[in-house]
Design a protein around this ligand. Structure first.
Ligand code: NAD
Ligand code: DAU
Length: 354
């Protein structure tokens, strides 16, 4: 049997970012055994990992982080050295429809994991780490200027961001109270392949392709700071190996876009790819009712991560967006699978019936 130098649990590894983290870790670290713990909610998809799921150092475990017995059993079975925790309910619009689902998974689920770590690591914390993957949304909303730093006070404004903020606080409570070695990163908006088409970029790509209306909330003036998902995975690798316990690291793309400008750029890329006349796809843009409590602007100052651990984003947005569009155009089967069934009901409730 192969001898592994570390066994790491990655929660939510069948989701968008989790699948990129797993791909990076299983290929870069053949001496690590990576266990993907995922409940396979609507957002979890094992097809995201098809290219690596036969590697000997990868294992999938179908389990719910809120279930104490299941977590006990997995910690007993694998004796994890580290946990990289990504499992969450992640979509702001769904949190407005069903806030309690977010409290359950994001707050309770994180607390169950922390508690299980404490129990199994049994106060012998040498070479152990709980890495909590969080969001810039915990900091609230910026005006026209300024950036979120690690010192920005928490000010979450949606049920999603409030649940992530609560989970961050639980992590720090375990660090301070029980000295559980823990680190947190707060990242801006990710984009790239395998992104579920409830989120802005993949939803727009799919709708442009199918000549469906492009629902821009409000006036489209909200600003997001977009980061290539593989750069986020690299940052997680860096922080997991070099970050200091008890610290928080902000991760961002230095890449702010107004939603309307981003949607227009996507339309232009898609017109070229699909051989449509210039300006054709833009005609699909439809302004719809704004998101309740819609945060105006997010922008990350990632100086600490850059200065202390040497990470910086690698890819220019235009290049990343083109790669992303190519991936969606080449993976129609993946889109068909994730947009059948339950997605249709979500789409009707979110966009058609309102
Ligand atoms: P996602 O919705 O694509 O994936 C979430 C994964 O978690 C899915 O595989 C799902 O099956 C799994 N999951 C949900 N509930 C679970 C449970 N109870 N037990 C076990 N597994 C469960 O999310 P994502 O966009 O990949 O985000 C991953 C993490 O990164 C989240 O914690 C999110 O808050 C954070 N984050 C996301 C972004 C972004 O732009 N997407 C940016 C910053 C931080
Ligand atoms: O900032 C990090 C966060 O980014 C993550 O923590 C979340 O998990 C992730 O979902 C994302 O949240 P946003 O709410 O910023 O992403 P979303 O793709 O839902 O929306 C991006 C912007 O586009 C936002 O201003 C709302 C707007 N929007 C979104 C959708 C789905 C539209 O105008 N129309 C849409 O149909």
């Amino acid at each position: 049997m192969a001898q592994y130098i570390k066994t790491i649990a990655v929660t939510g590894g069948a989701g968008f970012i989790g699948s990129h983290v797993i791909r990076l870790f299983v290929t870069k670290y053949p001496a690590y055994r990576i266990v993907n713990i995922d409940a396979l909610t609507y957002a979890g998809n094992l097809e995201n990992l098809r290219d690596i799921d036969r590697l000997p150092n990868y294992i999938f475990e179908h389990a719910d982080i809120c279930n104490e017995q299941q977590m006990d059993q997995l910690f007993g079975k694998y004796a994890f050295d580290g946990v990289i925790h990504l499992a969450a309910e992640s979509h702001v619009d769904r949190s407005i429809m069903d806030p309690l689902a977010f409290v359950k998974t994001n707050v309770l689920g994180t607390a169950v994991l922390l508690n299980t770590c404490r129990k199994y690591w049994n106060d012998d914390y040498s070479n152990k780490l709980f890495y909590h993957v969080s969001t810039d949304e915990v900091y609230g909303s910026l005006g026209e200027t300024g950036f979120f730093t690690e010192e920005t006070p928490y000010d979450p404004r949606s049920p999603y961001s409030a649940s992530k903020a609560s989970s961050d606080h639980m992590v720090m409570a375990y660090y301070h109270t029980y000295t559980l070695p823990a680190v947190i990163s707060n990242c801006s908006n990710n984009y790239g392949s395998h992104h579920f088409p409830e989120k802005l970029i993949p939803l727009m790509i799919n709708n442009i392709k199918n000549n469906k209306p492009l629902p821009v909330y409000g006036k489209g003036e909200n600003v997001r700071d977009w980061l290539w998902v593989e750069d986020h995975a690299r940052a997680i690798d860096t922080i997991f190996h070099k970050g200091r316990a008890g610290e928080t690291y902000n991760i961002g793309g230095y890449n702010e876009w107004k939603n309307i400008d981003l949607v227009k750029l996507l339309c232009a890329i898609m017109d070229t790819k699909l051989g449509r006349p210039k300006g054709e796809s833009e005609k699909l843009i439809t302004y719809v009712k704004d998101r309740s409590g819609h945060d105006l602007r997010y922008a990350i100052d990632a100086t600490k991560l850059n200065n202390e651990l040497g990470w910086k984003p690698s890819l220019q947005f235009e290049e990343g967006l083109e790669k992303t569009v190519n991936w969606y155009l080449q993976n129609q089967e993946w889109i068909n699978h994730v947009t059948s069934g339950q997605y249709q009901q979500f789409y009707a409730d979110q966009y058609v019936k309102r």
